[in-house]
Design a protein around this ligand. Sequence first.
Ligand SMILES: C[S@@+](CC[C@H](N)C(=O)[O-])C[C@H]1O[C@@H](n2cnc3c(N)ncnc32)[C@H](O)[C@@H]1O
Length: 579
Amino acid sequence: MIYDDINISSLALEFFKENVENLSNYNTSNELLRKICGINNFFTSQNEATELLEKITEENSIVSEPFRREYGDFQTNENLALQVAEYTFLKRNDFEFVLEPTCGKGNFILASIKQSNSLKKIVGVEIYQPYVWETKFKILDYYLLNLNANKPEIDIIHGNVFEFDYNQLAESTSNLKTLVIGNPPWVTNSELGSIDSKNLPQKSNFKNHSGFEAITGKGNFDIGEYISLIMLKCFENHIGTFAFLIKNSVVKNLIQDQKRNNFKIRHSEKLNIDSKKEFNVSVNACLFLTNLNNEPDYTCEEFDFYSREYLTTFGWYRDKFVYSVKDYDISSIVDGKSIFTWRSGVKHDCSKVMEFERMNGHFINGLGEEFNLEKKLVFGLLKSSDLKTDKTNDYRKLTIITQKKIGQETNYIKDSLPLTYKYLSSQKDFFDKRKSSIYKGKPDFSIFGIGDYSFAKYKIAISGLYKSTHFTLVCPEDSKPIMLDDTCYFIGFKNIKMAEIAHFLVNSDLVQKFLKSIIFSDSKRSINKDTLMRIDFEKAYENFEFENAKDRISDLKIEHWEEFGDMIKVSVSDQMSIF
Ligand SMILES: C[S@@+](CC[C@H](N)C(=O)[O-])C[C@H]1O[C@@H](n2cnc3c(N)ncnc32)[C@H](O)[C@@H]1O
């Protein structure tokens, strides 16, 4: 039942009813349809025409569509497709050839037809037959209402984007001003793997990795990225434009890889859309627009799609891949190597029993159990959400620090801390159930992310979970250091004044600008060790005078300032001694 789950407008149905005799010969029908709406081979067999003949005696059917996860099926609504086409044709209005490589229900094709009277050829490819029909009927509908509109030659092909010969299509259309427009599937190879889908490219040299590894080995790649690369490869020599709705992460990859790919693209634009509103999904996505057949460039301007507000220019600048060329230009002086080693906090993978609160003289854990412990191994613990203030020596949660360094024996707890041992032993099941292999074969109650550095009294800390680049100065409580959990990064100091100066430097406009210039705010875990290790403290320090710091740090003496200067001049190999 070819037409069972597709929408055919009443106008199109009416048209077929009036021309019912033609359906008994699909060639005659095709000829008529080509004249009316430009579509070649509307029916590819007599069977298709005959089934429609049966269908037109029924009423127009509207059937709910199955969610087609493996096809990354998020159809662009008519309004958005129209706005995208309008914007694209505003930039250049002499397109002759439009290609939609995964055309779905055809909203981009129709939006393009509406924009121009100079189109000569349109090709749409779609894997799902009901959408192929829906696109054809939609186009027919348009031309039935607009009999005198310009009619390009149109091919709506039921095919697989991974098998279709785009090279050949590119060759046969090389002299036409081209628009490659669309919205490729929103799905990643690993999602497809998890549902055992075959909707993947054949083994190929994806992103220059060899063979199968290229497709599945390099973690998680997006099918939309793969299709974008195929399009750019095939059509980079065409005069024209590439305009795709894709995830922000794909655009970032395209521009980052442009250094290697050197596609002939220039003046790229990224216009952020509200995907919740447009597609009811929580994925950051945008319209990516670039000019083909140009001297390659390596940056992209970012705007808001709706207001057209300019946001930033990101991409390759002075051999670095940055989020803001402008901010990087001002702050790149501090792009270097941190003299201090940024660490992540304590990891125990056992928060229900290893994180607890103090209540009326005893402790209460995540299971609501009350217990007592000796003070010795109990430390205050800060999590990412606690790092909102400029300075703190306060905490909500506490934890047990069972080891001073990774792998240290924990038998000593049994001998000298009976309450702590009793509590930990009573929770042994939780410790034993920890899945990560790092705990295998390690002493009971082992923790990770622990070393001398964890016991530094003063810490400069930042959350790795949030987007804020603000650093918090963490001071001890009654001279006992406060710990951070493994979602935070920090550097440690023995001396408050040294910590205060480091805190002043990392929160200075200069370092903040630098961090913002290299952090892609919508990538996951954008604040990480690699980013922080780029802060060159020596350069940041040289940029300020004692007087600048004195205004911000109470009781700061010139000796402190100089001591900090001397400390950061020690060679990088000595850095372990300063945590
Ligand atoms: C995100 S939807 C967008 C559809 C259309 N481009 C639009 O903007 O409305 C992706 C489309 O790709 C189609 N698709 C998925 N895998 C495909 C494949 N291997 N070959 C061709 N089309 C495919 C889906 O059926 C779906 O219609």
